[in-house]
Write a protein that binds this ligand. Structure first.
Ligand code: PSU
Ligand code: MN
Length: 313
């Protein structure tokens, strides 16, 4: 009996030490501020969903960006999880934002946050700037604070013409080296989808389409002409894949592609034409991090905002 009591006491002490370790581990990084709600959820192993912020700062115009970000947080809460939107505010990485923070980041008339991927992070922090974290930047931070699930709209990928430009999003590399599960609506066909899938395979990233078709979705449309290597039929199956990946300590990411519901989907053929037009209108000297935001805003213009509506829905 006393043995059990001692054991119990030891494990309780261990738990407290571990808890303190986890707490200081997150908080002792002077560059990261985790909100109390998110911190508590991580410690108590409640479900937490990381969310990116480049979509707020560079992916959509104001005020739709702010409305959408707040709505997405609401959807996460409705499912019983805690949202952890990640962004940089005056040199500090925040995990879990207030509505005031989201509004400040989204209102680009008053602030000019930097699109922050891995290569930008140290510069933005050391210059006390604000930044919207890309999928790459968000994965990096989520991984450091111990959030294993991240939801977003569309991830970056291999750009069309990458054989000449070498434009491959750092999102794919980060996915390859963090054991995180990213849930998205696939990738937009502003990218080269077959090459993106090839690249993910090379990086060792699991890719599965959620539902009963193995067509990899192209964000605005349910089809893309490319196949996902796997079908994931249910949330339970997805959870089992994530658990097995953790058990195996694979330390490489998983991409669960959830097709847009039929009623909000736009035609793949029409979107392809629009994208071709957007690509043609691009200044041939445009490069680097400007390419994706430019193409997204052109597509929104050419569809008179329809593409934006289906992004939000
Ligand atoms: N694709 C979208 N919407 C977006 C982005 C990509 O459909 O808002 C943003 C994401 O934050 C993504 C980033 O991580 O653009 C990729 O940029 P780049 O291609 O420069 O790596
Ligand atoms: Mn790029």
């Amino acid at each position: 009996m006393s043995c059990y009591r001692t054991l119990n006491k030891i494990s309780k002490n261990h738990f407290l030490i571990l808890r303190r370790f986890l707490r200081t581990n997150v908080i002792s990084n002077p560059h990261i501020k985790v909100s109390e709600e998110v911190q508590d959820a991580i410690e108590c192993k409640k479900p937490v969903v990381a969310l990116e912020s480049t979509i707020i700062t560079h992916g959509m115009p104001y005020p739709k960006n702010v409305v959408c970000a707040v709505q997405v947080e609401g959807v996460v809460r409705k499912q019983g999880a805690i949202p952890a939107t990640i962004a940089i505010i005056r040199g500090k990485i925040h995990v879990g934002l207030s509505e005031t923070d989201i509004n400040m980041l989204g209102d680009t008339s008053s602030s000019k946050p930097i699109k922050t991927s891995r290569r930008d992070l140290a510069y933005v922090i050391s210059n006390e700037m604000s930044g919207g974290t890309t999928v790459c930047g968000t994965i990096l931070v989520a991984d450091q604070v111990g959030i294993p699930v991240f939801a977003t709209g569309g991830i970056g990928g291999v750009h069309r013409g990458a054989d000449k430009t070498f434009d491959v999003s750092a999102d794919l590399i980060e996915l390859g080296k963090s054991g995180i599960a990213v849930i998205s609506s696939g990738v937009k066909s502003i990218l080269d989808i077959p090459k993106t899938l090839e690249y993910l395979e090379t990086q060792g990233v699991f890719v599965g389409t959620f539902g009963d078709s193995n067509e990899f979705p192209a964000f605005y449309s349910r089809k893309s002409g490319s196949k996902s290597p796997y079908i994931v039929q249910s949330a339970k199956k997805a959870a089992q894949i994530i658990k097995s990946s953790m058990d195996m300590d694979l330390k490489s990411g998983m991409l669960f592609a959830v097709p847009i519901p039929e009623k909000y989907a736009l035609s793949y053929e029409t979107m392809n034409e629009v994208i071709e037009q957007a690509l043609k209108s691009m200044d041939p000297h445009m490069e680097g991090k400007q390419v994706t935001p430019y193409l997204l805003s052109q597509v929104a213009k050419l569809t008179s905002g329809k593409s934006l509506e289906s992004s939000i829905l």
